[in-house]
Design a binder for this molecule. Structure first.
Ligand code: MLT
Length: 242
C-alpha cells in the first residue's frame, strides 16, 4: 500500500497497480463504466484533455473537470458519480481530469495491469485478483496533493481484508508493508461506519462544504457495482469483460 503516488518506489513496476480515489474520481469512473460509458480517458492536464477530446463528436464525449472539489467552468461534468446515469453516459467516452485521482492513475500507467478501485467496486477488484493471482500488487491511494487520505487508505484496507478472508490466510501471508497492516486495521475499525469515517476525512469535509453530501453517501457504499475499470492503453480504461 502506498498512501500517495509520490511514495511509489521509482524504477519499479508491479504486475498489477490499483489506483484508489474513493472521493471521488475512481468511484466516478466505476459508475460511468457500469452505466455504459464506452471508456474513461484520464488526464492530469485540463488543456490536454480539451485538445484530445476536440476531435470527438460532442454527442460521443463527456468532458469532466474538477479542481479543489469543484466543477471546472466550461466542462460538462465536475466529478460527481451521481451525474453518470445510463441516460447520459451510454456509448460516450468520459474524458476526465481531477485534482489527485487522475494523477494517481497516470503515475501507475506503465504497470502490466492497471485498475481503478473504490469502495463501490471493491468485490469486483478482489474477484479479479483472486482469479489472476498477480505476484506483486500495489494499492495506490490518491491522497490530497501529496498527503495521506483516510478514505483511500480504508479502501485499500477493505480490499486487503476481503482478500484475506477469501484466501483464508493471516494478514502476514499477504506479505505487505506496514501501510497495508494499518490500512486493514483502519477498515476493521470502521467497516460498519464508513460514511461516518468519510465525514471525518479532510476531503469529505471539503465536499460537504460544497454541498456534496449525497456523493459521500454514495461513495461510502461497499460492493455496490460489479464493474472493473481496467487500462486498455495508457490512460484509457474500459470495463473488464471476464
Ligand atoms: C481528486 O481527484 O482529487 C478527487 O476526485 C476530487 C473530487 O472529489 O472531485
Amino acid at each position: 500500500v502506498f498512501h500517495t503516488p509520490e511514495l511509489i518506489p521509482s524504477g519499479k513496476t508491479p504486475d498489477c497497480a490499483i489506483a484508489i480515489d474513493v472521493l471521488r474520481a475512481t468511484s466516478t469512473m466505476a459508475t460511468a463504466l457500469n452505466a455504459g460509458a464506452e471508456a474513461v480517458q484520464v488526464f492530469s492536464d485540463l488543456n490536454e484533455l480539451m485538445r484530445v477530446s476536440e476531435s470527438w463528436a460532442p454527442e460521443k464525449r463527456i468532458r469532466a473537470g474538477e479542481r479543489g472539489g469543484a466543477k471546472v467552468e466550461g466542462f460538462d461534468f465536475g466529478n460527481s458519480p451521481l451525474d453518470c446515469t445510463p441516460e447520459v453516459v451510454t456509448g460516450r467516452r468520459l474524458f476526465i481530469s481531477t485534482t489527485n485521482g487522475t494523477r494517481a492513475l497516470t503515475s501507475i500507467q506503465s504497470a502490466e495491469t492497471v485498475i481503478a478501485a473504490a469502495l463501490v467496486n471493491r468485490q469486483a477488484v478482489v474477484d479479479y485478483l483472486l482469479a489472476r493471482r498477480p505476484e506483486t500488487v500495489w494499492l495506490v491511494g490518491s491522497g490530497w496533493e501529496g498527503s495521506f487520505s483516510l478514505e483511500d487508505t480504508v479502501c485499500a484496507g477493505a480490499i486487503a481484508h476481503r482478500l484475506q478472508v477469501e484466501l483464508g490466510v493471516p494478514l502476514e501471508d499477504l506479505a505487505g508493508n506496514d501501510e497495508l497492516i494499518s490500512a486493514v486495521s483502519l477498515y476493521s475499525q470502521w467497516q460498519d461506519r464508513l460514511l461516518e469515517l468519510l465525514h471525518h476525512a479532510t476531503h469529505g469535509k471539503r465536499l460537504l462544504r460544497l454541498h456534496c453530501h449525497e456523493d459521500l453517501k454514495y461513495c461510502s457504499q461497499t460492493d455496490l457495482l460489479n464493474v472493473l475499470p481496467i487500462q486498455r492503453e495508457p490512460g484509457v480504461l474500459v470495463k473488464h469483460e471476464s
